[in-house]
Every structure is written in C-alpha cells, then in structure tokens.
Design a protein around this ligand. Structure first.
Ligand code: CA
Length: 227
C-alpha cells in the first residue's frame, strides 16, 4: 500500500484529500505547515507528497528545496492561483508535477498514479544497477561482489549492508537508518548488530586489500567512500 503525505494548511482541502485518498486505498498522513511536512516526509518516508505552496512556517518551495538534499520522493505541488512564476520555481526546486487549485480530484488521482509508477520504475532500476567504487563491484542481480575481478564471499546481510552503503556513497548514514532500511524497521534486536556487521564487512572488503572504504563518522554512524 502506497503512503501519501498531504502538506496543506487549508483544513477543508486537506481533509477532503485525506478522505479521497483513504477511499482509494492509500495510507495517508497530513501536515498543516511546512516544517511539520518536511519532518514527516523524512521520518514517515511516504511514497509521494502532495505539497501546497503557500504554507506557514516553511513555504512549499523551501520544503521542496530542503527535501531534495535527502530524498527523491515524488512531489505534486498545489498552487492556489495560476501563478506561473510559482510553478516554475517549484519545478526548479525539484517538484515533479503541479496542479492549480481548484482541481478535479480525478485528475489529481491520475497524476498520483503516474508519480508513484514513475518512482517505482526508477527505484527498481536503481536497485538492480551494478555499483562500483574503484576495484570494488557489486552486482545486485547476481548477488556478486568482486574486488579487482576476484569474487568476495559475503552473507546475504553483509551484501545488503554493503549495497546500502554503496548506494549512499559519500553520505553519512546513521545506525538507525541502517537498522530500518537493511534490517527492517520491525527489527527488535540489539542496535549493536550494525557495528558487528560493519566489522565483518571491513574484515572482508577493507583488510584483505589494504584499503579503507567504510569510514566511522563519530556520533553519527558510517560512510562508504572510496574511488
Ligand atoms: Ca495554503
């Protein structure tokens, strides 16, 4: 079930959208200002966001701009009036689509389906594309990892962890993010499991080849960085 976040300060519109989307079978959450919207977009991890432009706390444009540093979440902007400069700015800031209020709900629903489908396709392509860093190659399709062409044997969890780190190359990732995205957010075990698996990976990827690909970022977590 896809999750949709509605960021809209006009209560009547937000409520109307919420009911329509629930009726369509989506999981829905709402935020009445830009700051809360941005927080929920990052913590709740929706599959698509409907974002009003004129918002208290943070404008829709600002939410878009900040979100794009961390997420490729599809965004459909709502503009109150037919303001071309707002739309252009929103699209420049990384919104995927926009609708002018008042809008026909059927059209918005159609655009939501398009946005979700496009996003899934991009994610599937990203999930199956070969990742490389220097001599290191990871192929998700065949579950193969090689160093300078020689196979490196990893367990499934080690492989998933390395893939996640390589997909976020150059970005510090927190232990919490690793736990929820690699182990699944219903994982109920010890958070030290992340450190243990990082050690396993270093033992198999870094130590045998005398390199440092997985870096400890103090008070944050880890970062994969190697060219
Ligand atoms: Ca508004």
């Amino acid at each position: 079930m896809s999750r949709i976040l509605i960021v809209e300060d006009e209560r009547k519109i937000a409520r109307f959208l919420e009911l329509e989307l629930l009726h369509e079978g989506y999981e829905v959450d709402t935020a009445g200002d830009g700051r809360t919207g941005l927080e929920k977009a990052l913590s709740w991890k929706p599959d698509l966001m409907i974002l009003d432009l004129m918002l208290p706390e943070l404008s829709g444009i600002e939410v878009c701009r900040r979100l794009r540093h961390e997420s490729d979440l599809p965004i459909i902007m709502l503009t109150a009036k037919d303001d071309v400069s707002d739309k252009v700015m929103g699209l420049d800031m990384g919104a995927d689509d926009y609708m002018t209020k008042p809008f026909a709900i059927e059209e918005l629903l159609a655009r939501i389906r398009v946005g979700l489908k496009k996003h899934r396709t991009v994610q599937q392509q990203a999930a199956s594309s070969v990742l490389t860093a220097g001599e290191l190659t990871l192929d998700p399709a065949s579950y193969a990892v090689t160093w300078a062409g020689k196979p490196v044997a990893l367990t499934k969890k080690e492989f998933d962890l390395l893939r996640y780190l390589m997909q976020h190359k150059g970005q510090a990732v927190t232990r919490d993010a690793l736990l929820s995205d690699v182990w699944g957010y219903d994982y109920a075990g010890d958070t030290n499991v992340v450190d243990v698996y990082i050690r396993y990976l270093r033992h198999k990827i870094d130590e045998p080849f005398g390199v440092k690909t997985i870096h400890t970022i103090r008070a944050v977590g880890y970062m994969f960085s190697y060219e």
